[in-house]
Design a protein around this ligand. Structure first.
Ligand code: AMP
Ligand code: MN
Ligand code: MN
Length: 318
């Protein structure tokens, strides 16, 4: 094992950014609002510093986030551009190949894989860290960047409901509103974008949810995608609804993917990041994920319940 590198200071990273002339910014695979929002806000910051900056990602950005992009999506980093990565807990989860020069993130298990690392697990979203760089560099946040940062913070706090919300997150949001963000417009753009297929698969996820004491698990299989015409990612939209059951501490969304089963875990108290790492995945204490290869969701559910039995009450049911 190599010794863990030190986190850089915002001042060091600001000085590094000032020296950049061409930058390709990417984020983790399976993007979310913080991934795209913090990456795009970093692109705008670099442009204000006089750099040529682009967003690139190997997977298409989903429709509901595409309006954030500053240009047509690039699917790989252009030749000769410095690679900067945001919101990505491990280098192998980055959206494009290459050696990252900068790693901006808030996952506590981030191993500081880049030349410069600005990692703060207390930040509710990676976007908070990008916002700090605007402050550090004295760059005004213009409306498109403000909308990107708002989208990011709103996403990673579950719409300001999760335990990671801090006074600081709200203070930043107040500044973003002063920069022109209208939350009701953001709600329309981010939430009123579903298709009937998505609505149907979310319904299936809810119908198939089962309770085991303090745990709720749902499993979604290939047949369910066929039946609804929806995708694996569409089905994940159901995860927050699973949390509505009283007395439940951990919720799990297990969905079939070509490699096997992908799991998304959420909790109020249990360290699900630790559980995800036992299956080769990772994430935050209260929001984490992993993929088990060659295993279908029903079997993945048994494997997960066996692990969860050590930390939560499954109510004697299995
Ligand atoms: P998700 O359930 O996909 O929204 O992911 C929740 C959190 O877990 C995010 O912070 C992800 O970065 C992290 N995560 C999900 N899958 C993995 C994985 N296979 N390896 C490492 N981290 C993951
Ligand atoms: Mn993310
Ligand atoms: Mn994030």
């Amino acid at each position: 094992m190599t010794t863990r590198a030190e986190v850089n200071t915002p001042a060091e990273v600001a000085a590094f950014l000032k020296g950049i002339s061409r930058a390709a910014v990417t984020t983790h695979t399976g993007v979310d609002g913080d991934a795209v929002g913090s990456a795009v806000a970093l692109v705008y910051l670099l442009r204000r510093l006089g750099a040529e900056a682009v967003f690139c990602h190997g997977e298409p950005v989903p429709e509901y986030l595409r309006w954030l992009l500053p240009h047509e999506q690039l699917f790989e980093a252009p030749e000769g551009y410095d690679l900067l990565v945001v919101d990505t807990s491990r280098a192998d989860r980055a959206g494009v190949g290459g050696t990252p020069r900068l790693n901006i993130d808030h996952h506590e298990d981030n191993p500081l894989y880049a030349e410069y690392n600005l990692v703060n697990p207390r930040a509710a979203a990676s976007a908070e860290i990008v916002y700090d760089l605007y402050l550090e560099l004295g760059v005004e946040v213009e409306k498109p960047a403000a909308e990107a940062l708002y989208t990011a913070i709103r996403t990673d706090t579950g719409g300001f409901r999760f335990r990671n919300v801090s006074p600081r997150a709200h203070e930043i949001v107040a500044e973003l509103m002063r920069a022109g963000v209208v939350p009701a417009e953001m709600y329309d753009r981010l939430n009123r974008t579903a298709t009937i297929e998505q609505l149907n698969i979310v319904g299936l996820c809810l119908a198939k949810a089962r309770r085991y004491g303090e745990v709720v698990v749902t499993t979604i299989e290939n047949e369910d995608y066929e039946r609804t015409g929806a995708t694996e990612l569409d089905s994940k939209e159901a995860i927050d609804y699973l949390r509505s059951v009283a007395g439940v501490d951990v919720v799990a969304h297990l969905r079939e993917v070509p490699e096997g089963t992908k799991a998304s875990l959420r909790s109020e108290a249990v360290d699900v990041g630790e559980i995800a790492r036992r299956f080769g995945g990772g994430g935050h204490r209260l929001a984490a994920g992993y993929t088990v290869e060659g295993v279908r969701p029903e079997k993945a559910k048994e494997m997960l319940l066996a692990e969860l039995a050590r930390v939560v009450d499954l109510g004697g049911a299995r």
